[in-house]
Write a protein that binds this ligand. Sequence first.
Ligand SMILES: *Cc1c(COP(=O)(O)O)cnc(C)c1O
Length: 354
Amino acid sequence: MKHNFNAGPSILPQQAIDKTVEALKNFNNTGLSIAEISHRSPGWDEAMDECRSLWKDLLLIPDEYEVLLLHGGASQQFLMVPYNLLQNKAAYLDTGVWAKKAIEAAKFLGEIQIVASGKESNYSIIPKYEIPTGVDYFHYTSNNTIFGTEILADHDSPVNVVADMSSDILSRPVDISKYAIIYGGAQKNAGTAGVAFVIVRKDILGKVSRPIPAFFDYRSHIKDKSMYNTPPVIPIFMMKETLQWLKNLGGVTKIQQLNQAKAELLYGEIDKNPVFKGTAAKEHRSLMNVCFVLDEKYAGKEQDFMNLSKEYGIVGIKGHRSVGGFRASLYNALPIESVKALVDCMQEFEKKIG
Ligand SMILES: *Cc1c(COP(=O)(O)O)cnc(C)c1O
């Protein structure tokens, strides 16, 4: 058995994989693969509707919002958000690599005020920040996939709030009504790469003076129910099955408990095992991506730990190149047994070298 700690694309529920394989062979009893039918075929509309309904059920999304399923990943949303919302100035919180990329993209379309940056501490903390008034919106990244920090609070804000929730969406309940837009790529908690989700409150659109090319205008995608152009049917199907799995399991409240238990187990070991050290500030630790290194005393032994982890069937724990060390991603589909295996491995490593 493999223990898949990949940061994204990452572990998926086996059921979602099996159902997608089935659909790849024979979609909806048509005798045809989902990969070779028109998205106007009978059955596809229903699949798309079901996927949207699951989003609405799981996150209790109010009627004023639309759920869009679009190409281009979270990265395309870095541009679509300012295209649709930025008239003069927007405020961004800089908490890591993805936040930075969102900022760089938005700068093409208007003035960007950086409310705070964690850069000086190599993004190991969430810097103190305040949401300013007089800006078109405030943008932040709820979970910093690379640095292992997370903002769990929903904000009471004087301006529209936009959040990139690529790597912690569906890991816990969120008060959708506090947001103007929540977006992200599917490939962490919501399926596989190739589709992005955008939860958008409809009344915020149509307020900027710039002309927006139709493909970049959320309203085109709302009007055509995310089929303005050919939708990525395989990733959307997989998303639907991933959401169905989550619903059957008990939804976001249930998964939050499971995620907390997984994170407590692993951070607990990091804190008591003298060989390892967490890199993110304790009060900002992510429940999704756990970043850790070897204590300085054991510098240079990283490969030994990687080798031992292979014997346990552990994959995907090499840290991002900008942080080094290790990163274990504990996304929804990862069972606690995998975290136990990693903890056992860390304890064996301590016995060997500690
Ligand atoms: C993975 C990730 C992205 C990038 O998503 P793409 O779909 O590859 O564009 C953006 N933001 C965060 C927080 C991520 O974790």
